[in-house]
Every structure is written in C-alpha cells, then in structure tokens.
Ligand binder design. Structure first.
Ligand code: IPM
Ligand code: MN
Length: 509
C-alpha cells in the first residue's frame, strides 16, 4: 500500500533554511537544494509534516508511514543520539524499523529528475511487496483476477482496511461502502483485505469499552479505517452513564493522532432545492472545513464539580502550526483562499492561532489568507457560502461550523469526511447513527460511499475516487435515491438498492 504520504523535514520551513545558511552549516545552495526537494516531493503528491519526534534527528526527508528515510547529504544535521557515521546510522535506523536511501547534494542538484525516478521506483517496490500480516482476523485478500488493470495501466496495490461499523444505521451503510470499495479494487487491480472491529455502544455492550484495545490494534495494522457511526439513545438519555459511545470516537482520534479533520461542503445541483437557504445563495458553494481534532476544549484539562465545572481550551504552537500547514496545502490545491476562523478578540488561545497563522502566511504568497471571528463566520456561511474555499479552525468551533455547513447543502446524508494525522487515517460520513432508522433499509449510503472515494484520493488514487463520484452523481441524476431525497413519485430505493446500483455502475464503467 502506498503510504508515501507524509514527509517530515527538519528543514521544514524557509526561515529555518535561511538560518542554516546563515550559520554556515549549510551553504545557501545546499539550503536551496533542500527546498527544491520539498517542492519536487510536493509534486509527487506527498504532504509535509514537521516536528515528528524522529524529525528532530533525521535530516531532510522522512517518509513516516513507509518507514523510509531519505537523506540528502543529511549527516551534518544529525544530533541527539543518532550516530553520525553512515554505517552506524543505517544500523540505528534499521533497528527502529526504517530503511534508508541516500542521495548526495550533487546528485540532487545535477539531476533531480533522476532522483525522483529512483524514489518512485523504491516506493513502487515497497507498494507491491505483499504485506504479510502477523496478526489474525484479516480477511483473505480479494485478489483481482489478473486480467483487470487500472484503465491507465497502473499496477495494483495491497490494502488493509479496518472496518468499524459501529451503531444504528452504521452496519447497513458500511455494507454498501465495503461493497463499493471491493468493486473499485477489483476494477483497478488492487487486492484488499478487511477486518471488522468493535466500537461505540455496541462495543460497550460487548466488552465494556467503546474503543477496545483490540480495535486500536486493528486500526494500527490497517492502511486505513472505514468508520460508520456511533451513538445510542440509551446513553444520551442517561446523564449518569459512566461510559459513552462518543468516548470511543474521541479515544480513536487521540490514539491515532488524527489531528486534521477534513470536512468538504459540496452541493449537488439536483438537490439544491433541499437546502433551507435560497437556491441562488447555495449554488456553487464548495468549500472545505479543516477542523483541528485532537486539541482544544475536547481534550484540555477539565473539572466537573457540582458547583464549578470547566473545560480548558488548550493549544500549543506545534498543534496550531501543523493544522495550519494542512490547511495551506489544501488551499494550494484549490482556489488558494484560506479563512482562519477564531475568536481572537476574546480568547487567548485564538490569539495564538492568529499569531501563528500570520507568521506562516508569507510562506504561501499565492494564498489569500483572511481572518474571521467565529460568530461572523457562522453568519457568512449562511449569507454567502460561496465566499469560502478552505476554512481552518479549532476543535469546538469546527464541530459547530461543520454541522452548519452540512445543512446548507441540504443533504447531510451525502457528506463524507477524513481524519488524518500521525497514524492510520479514518474515513467516515459526517452524519450520526440515526438509531430510529436502524434495520429499515432507508438510510442513505452515499456519505459512506463517498468516504471510500476520499480514502482512495488520500492515497493519491484519483481515478478510483473519481469513478465513485461519477457513479454517485449518476445515481442521483437517475433518481436512484433513498426516500429522504427522492423526487415526488420517484421509485423506492433502499440503502441496499442504492449501493447495489452504484456497484453495478462501477463494474460496467
Ligand atoms: C462530530 C461529532 C463528535 C464531535 C461527537 C459525537 C463526539 O459531533 O464528529 O462532529 O463532537 O466531535
Ligand atoms: Mn459534530
């Protein structure tokens, strides 16, 4: 599986690079070559992340999830207990489970294309190595028949997907998500294996823990997690319940380090009349909210007394900077407009956000950065949703604004999301578990299916994602819709029928 997704660099920003040059530890040319690498790596579709623990030691590039370290004349950046001697360093990294590839500065400067070529080959080889799982419970990989290759002739990959269906309508929509995933893998020649794991109310009932250790292990072994929904009214109505399904979700976010929650707000032309807002306001609205997901009040120090209670909106510079980087990367790939949403006129934590954003903005001169108070942003989203391109905000504001965002499109049942960060990424619908609809075959599976599209896109498998989106659009166009969005007099399709229609479409495409 291609996990060449995050790259870490100690020389991760311009100022640092300049500092290196100034200290004469690097010449300006060397510093430039590092930067050049970053640019090229970006062209490969990788994302950067700074300040991973290991990046304090390892110069230039670290592919965290591939466990590949790419050194470009890196030795003089090393400090801490990393040996400077090349052979010893190789041994040290191998012990940590990293493999190593080395380039010299000369090589990089002279022929960057050749370096990229070599890197691509290494990554390809790592991708095609069959993963042999040490643990059990993973389904036998569904191997494509060997005839199927991707329409563009790419080679297939192996993927391990943890399936967390959760509560309420979760299992029903998940069944359709998995069916679509399997159909796409067959079509494009990827082999895929699944493992189901408990979470939410269901997990509390069975093992007393909404995110059991075994589920965590399954997530860590997987390349990606497909998540449906958790929640059950029997907990909602009991304020004294000690464990709640939602705690499972929070534990998952924290333990997997999922600090970036990506929630796109897209409109589907044929459903615009469902929006509570006027057609002409909503038409063309297309933005992404990037919500910080592992900090702020959700996880800050709390006190819950009978007379006093508080939650602390705690943020560090590091947390703010890494989420802003994600936001800038999205902005760069889109319409290059970033709105930083905060409450800097009142909150200290917001002032830190704003200060960090203002420092970082000059690194992205192509992006127009604006700053908006959260109350104003909530209003603007209703008044002029087309104003936004990428919006970034802290955990609690993001929670509130994304519910608002989801309803302006008129179709909460259609919106997927991704949560990414340090470990396995999670893909899930933004809606809840809708317990009242459980087992009725009426829940809309499209958000789950589009979450599968986001999963493929995360791994840079763009055609796969595009085919799913095309299938979803076709189903809507042809009125193959679940009841809540069906046109008057339209035929009745349930969760299963919509899923099956989309699977058939993909097979025929
Ligand atoms: C969400 C949900 C969760 C949150 C709840 C279920 C804990 O509302 O994903 O937006 O508040 O983050
Ligand atoms: Mn929410």
């Amino acid at each position: 599986m291609n996990k060449f997704k995050y790259i870490t660099s100690t020389t991760g920003n311009y100022n640092l690079l300049k500092q290196y040059a100034k200290d004469n530890r690097n010449t300006a040319t060397e510093a430039e070559s590092v930067l050049w690498n970053r640019i090229r790596a970006r062209q490969l579709g990788v994302k950067f992340r700074r300040q991973h623990p290991i990046s304090d030691y390892i110069a230039d590039f670290v592919c965290l999830q591939l466990h590949l370290v790419i050194e470009v004349d890196g030795a003089y950046h090393y400090h801490g207990d990393v040996p400077e001697n090349d052979a010893k360093r190789t041994e040290y990294l191998n012990q940590l489970g990293y493999s190593l590839v080395r380039f010299t500065n000369e090589e990089v400067i002279a022929d960057i294309d050749n370096v990229i070529l070599k890197l691509n080959q290494i990554i390809k080889d790592m991708n095609t190595t069959k993963q042999t799982s040490s643990s059990t419970g993973w389904s036998e990989p569904l191997q494509p028949d060997g005839q199927s290759t991707s329409p563009s002739g790419r080679r297939g990959r192996g993927m391990k997907i943890a399936v967390l269906a959760g509560d309420g309508i979760g299992p029903e929509i998940m069944e359709q998500g998995v069916a679509v995933m399997t159909a796409v893998c067959e079509k494009f020649g990827h082999s895929v294996s699944y493992k189901e794991a408990l979470c939410g109310a269901h997990a509390i009932d069975e093992v007393g823990d909404p995110f059991p250790e075994e589920t965590f292990q399954t997530c860590m072994e997987a390349d990606a997690v497909l998540f449906a929904s958790v929640g059950d009214p029997k907990f909602d109505n009991n304020p004294n319940a000690k464990v709640r399904p939602e705690q499972g979700l929070l534990a998952m976010r924290k333990k997997l380090g999922l600090f970036a929650n990506i929630r796109p707000v897209e409109t589907f032309d044929c459903l615009i009349h469902k929006s509570p807002l006027k057609d002409e306001l909503v038409r063309g609205a297309d933005f992404i909210c990037i919500r910080e997901l592992t900090g702020g009040m959700y996880f800050g120090e709390k006190k819950e007394g009978t007379d006093v209670a508080y939650d602390t909106n705690y943020y560090t510079r590091y947390e703010v900077e890494r989420i802003l980087r994600v936001a800038y990367q999205y902005a760069m790939q889109r319409r290059k407009h970033l709105t930083v949403v905060d409450k800097a006129n009142v909150l200290a934590s917001s002032r830190l956000w704003r200060a960090v954003a203002q420092e970082m903005a000059p690194e992205y001169p192509e992006v127009v950065t604006d700053y908006m108070y959260v109350d104003n942003a909530a209003m603007r989203m209703i008044q002029e949703p087309t104003f936004f391109d990428v919006m970034v905000t802290e955990n609690t504001f993001g929670d509130i604004l994304t519910d608002e965002g989801s309803c302006i499109t008129g179709s909460m049942g259609l919106l997927p999301s991704a949560s990414t960060g340090e470990h396995t990424p999670v893909f899930e619908p933004i809606h809840g578990s809708w317990p009242q609809a459980k087992g009725l075959n009426i829940a809309n599976p499209l958000a789950q299916i589009l979450s599968v599209a986001m999963l493929f896109e995360y791994f840079n498998l763009k055609e796969e994602g595009a085919l799913i989106r095309q299938a979803v659009n076709a189903s809507l166009d042809q009125n193959v819709r679940t009841p809540e969005i069906q046109v008057e007099g339209g035929a009745r399709y349930g969760t299963r029928e919509v899923g099956q229609w989309i699977v058939d479409y993909i097979k025929k495409a």
